[in-house]
Design a protein around this ligand. Structure first.
Ligand code: MTE
Ligand code: HPA
Ligand code: MOS
Length: 751
């Protein structure tokens, strides 16, 4: 089945926030933000700005009726700065004017006097000064300190990965409309309507019931709108509350890039110990997460870095500590993989380092230590449905790894100006919000009296196809035509207390809630049909809109059944609730079963480096991925391709640069490069693994949104291998992204 949005997307008819027809009298907002990364406000002068044409109001923290607080995990972030300034781009005031342009023009006339303090931009420096978001967390298994003496080889090193700009096509924005009795309706480009509702209620000092948040779809979120869509919606609502007029707000690209957080940069130390036969005996690591100026989701992201710090390997003794370091950068936030990629990059760097020193291919080490069924992870969960060894075998045979290795060697012997490299990148990614209570969802299903169906859930459609999958669930349960079903916008009045659509769980959680609601309705319909035939409901089924009895078609159709059930006053609406069973986690001992299941996969990446220019091409990426029983292969393959390329961008060319004063230098698309049609792999081959799926996944179709991003990590190590084929003295220290400049340095540096 095609994505239900594909036609309206390509014809430009899909409605995004900025396409919503505006009401008469709508005002427009622009945020005035901190020009410095650290300091204090001395004085603010709005006189000139207020005199500018069209300006209606300039809102500051003083206008807030409730709490000036937007922190989700910790209350450590003001909506509008009161005195202290913690990052460049931190919102201070909201200019409201008749037009967008007038709001921008007036913003320039605001005068700020401030005292500037020294900014911290580096995570290690923050940690050294005890500038932390929270106390560090440590995952332990076995006893590393004792284990070192059993190791034949020990290697130590450092691995750094940089941040990443989400670059959703649709920038952040919101449209708030005052309703009667001080109620407010907010359209928001958010992954978390409930977070918008909760925070706005707190800031405006009204109840959550006074606020209705509605989301049709996002033009991409990638985690960047899990937490950081909220402040803009709250500001628009604040304007609507104060001025009793609709207020609209869409960030331009530069504001969006300057004011919002990104993927967290990590800087890590590692120590890895191997036995003589190349088993990993011990792994120790310390990770420094650059959280930025406030907690945002950093604590949860830090957790996932720890969960995935041993990636796909069984290691009997591990000790990994992670610090969330408070710096003067915009608060960093969720980004596809949610800290998992950063954790995996460290262990992959350690393995590549060890392999180089031992003069063996990295894949030998990876393969030797691969997780298999029943292996216990450092956090206590055991591998179930662990098909990684089978996936490995399939890939090695299907794509003839031996011949790739041989051909790479031959090519490198025969070419002095071009070198090839390849890598394998296994992925084991846990599915569930690591905070157990978040793993719940609801769906509201109406069957209308004409037989058509409306479905509301807590899921946000952001291009990943979750609405199509939910529709498919209803099609399967009812056996009706897809044309009869409409996926409604996501709305807090219809479905309340939702978790964000994140952690790749959108289809699982909301799909299961939909399945539960549809099954309850189906049972009622079967009872109604059975009654009219004088038979048992157990013997009734529906196939292609025809009612069957004991496997034989009756002359009753779906629409006739619905008509009959309605006249019998059967309830044709159901609210399904799903909460993931089994999972639990105890942070005090860092053990439990945090994940409903894991997704597995393996990528083989081949690259060619131009050793004169330092440029490179990705020749191919060949992937075997565990989809379970994919509900929608078209969508799922698209997710793998998109995530892979996004991962490659993070590892190769996307370079976020702040200067020492915390100013974002890469704040435009001319200074921040993402993969385009010329830089993506020349060939991407995706195959599905033989997989049973799991009952925790919707109709056994495993979550697919985030795991494939980490295949992109393989590109880093394939390039590193090619660079070393040219210059064996090239530096070992991993430092992503592997930009063309860094490749060139690596080719010609002495160490
Ligand atoms: N795919 C598209 N096209 N756009 C997006 O914004 N976000 C990703 C992934 N795939 C995203 C996407 C992220 S970060 C997550 S967590 C999941 O989709 C969320 O949706 P799901 O839970 O329905 O998979
Ligand atoms: N993943 C994504 N988002 C989240 C998570 C998670 O594990 N926990 C809280 N928000
Ligand atoms: Mo995805 S980073 O969990 O929104």
């Amino acid at each position: 089945m095609k994505n239900i949005d594909s036609k309206s997307h390509v014809t430009g008819k899909s409605i995004y926030l900025d396409d919503i027809p505006t009401l008469q009298g709508t005002l427009y907002a622009a945020v005035y933000s901190s020009p410095i990364a650290h300091g204090e406000i001395q004085s603010l002068d709005f006189a000139q700005a207020l005199d500018m044409p069209g300006v209606v109001s300039i809102i500051t923290h003083k206008d807030i009726a409730g709490e000036n607080q937007i922190g989700g995990i910790f209350p450590d972030e003001e909506l509008l700065a009161e005195k202290e300034l913690h990052f460049q781009g931190q919102p201070i005031a909201v200019v409201i004017a008749d037009t967008e342009q007038q709001a921008f023009d007036a913003r320039k006339k605001i005068e700020l006097e401030y005292i500037e303090h020294k900014a911290i931009v580096d995570a290690r420096e923050a940690q050294a000064q005890n500038s932390l978001i929270m106390p560090p967390r440590t995952f332990r298994k076995g006893d590393v300190n004792k284990a070192w003496q059993d190791c034949e080889y020990i290697f130590e090193g450092r691995a750094q990965s940089n941040g990443q700009e989400h670059l959703y096509l649709e920038t952040q924005g919101a449209y708030a409309i005052p309703l009667e009795n001080d109620n407010i309706k907010i359209y928001s480009s958010t992954q978390s309507p409930t977070a918008v509702q909760r925070t706005t209620a707190k800031v405006l000092n009204i109840g959550m019931h006074n606020i209705e948040v509605d989301v049709q779809r996002l033009g991409g979120g990638f985690g960047g709108k899990e937490d950081q869509a909220t402040p803009w919606a709250t500001m628009a609502a604040l304007g609507a509350q104060l001025l009793k007029k609709p207020v609209k707000f869409v960030l331009n690209r530069i504001d969006d890039m300057r004011m919002t957080g990104k993927r967290h940069p990590y800087d890590s130390d590692y120590k890895i110990g191997l036995s003589k036969d190349l088993k990993i005996i011990a792994f120790e690591s310390t990770m420094y997460q650059n959280a930025g100026a406030a907690a945002d989701l950093s604590p949860a992201i830090l957790g996932r870095s720890l969960f995935h710090s041993t990636n796909s390997y069984y290691i009997p003794n591990t000790q990994v500590t992670a610090y969330s370091c408070k710096t003067n950068l915009p608060p960093n936030t969720a980004f596809r993989g949610f800290g998992g990629p950063q954790g995996m990059f460290v262990i992959e760097s350690a393995l590549a380092h060890a392999a180089k020193e031992l003069n063996i291919p990295t894949y030998k080490l990876q393969h030797k230590n691969l997780l298999k069924e029943g292996d216990e992870l450092p956090y206590g969960q055991k591998i179930e449905g662990g098909i990684l060894p089978q996936i490995w075998r399939k890939l090695v045979h299907k794509h003839d790894l031996q011949s790739i290795e041989n051909q790479t060697d031959i090519f490198n012997k025969n070419n002095s100006n071009f070198k090839k490299g390849f890598s394998l990148m296994p992925v084991t990614f846990g599915i569930s919000f690591t905070k157990t209570p978040m793993n719940q969802a609801r769906a509201l299903v109406h069957i209308y009296s004409d037989g058509s169906i409306g479905i509301s859930t807590g899921a946000i459609e952001m291009g990943q196809g979750v609405n199509t999958k939910i529709l498919q669930v209803a099609v399967q349960v009812f056996s009706v035509s897809a044309d009869r079903i409409k996926l409604e916008s996501t709305n807090t009045t219809r479905v309340a207390n939702t978790s964000p659509t994140a952690a790749s769980t959108g289809a699982d959680l909301n799909g299961k809630a939909t399945e539960i609601a549809c099954n309850a309705l189906l049972a009622r319909l079967k009872t109604s049909a059975a009654k009219s035939f004088g038979v048992s409901p157990d013997d009734i089924s529906i196939k292609n809109e025809v009612i069957y009895h004991l496997g034989k078609a009756t002359d009753m159709t779906w629409t006739q059944l619905i008509d009959q059930a309605f006249l019998e006053r059967v309830n044709l609406t159901e609210n399904g609730h799903y909460s993931t069973p089994v999972i639990h986690y105890d942070m005090s001992i860092e053990k439990g079963i945090p994940f409903a299941y894991h997704v597995y996969g393996l990528a083989l990446t081949e690259v060619t480096v131009d050793c004169i220019r330092g440029t490179y091409e990705i020749d191919s990426v060949k992937i075997i991925h565990d989809f379970g029983k994919s509900l929608n292969p078209t969508i799922d393959f698209g997710q793998v391709e998109g995530a892979l390329v996004q991962g490659i961008g993070w590892m190769t060319m996307e370079e976020i640069r702040y200067n020492d004063q915390g100013r974002l230098l890469s704040s435009t698309l001319s200074t921040y490069k993402i993969p385009d049609i010329y830089s993506v792999p020349k060939e991407i081959i995706i195959n599905a693994a033989q997989s049973e799926g799991t009952d925790f996944a919707i109709l056994k179709s495993k979550a697919v949104g985030e795991p494939p991003l980490m295949y992109g990590i393989g590109t880093y190590f394939a390039i590193a291998q090619a660079v070393r084929a040219f210059n064996p003295k090239a530096k070992l220290e991993a430092n992503a992204p592997f930009t063309v400049e860094k490749v060139l340095m690596g080719l010609y540096a002495d160490n």
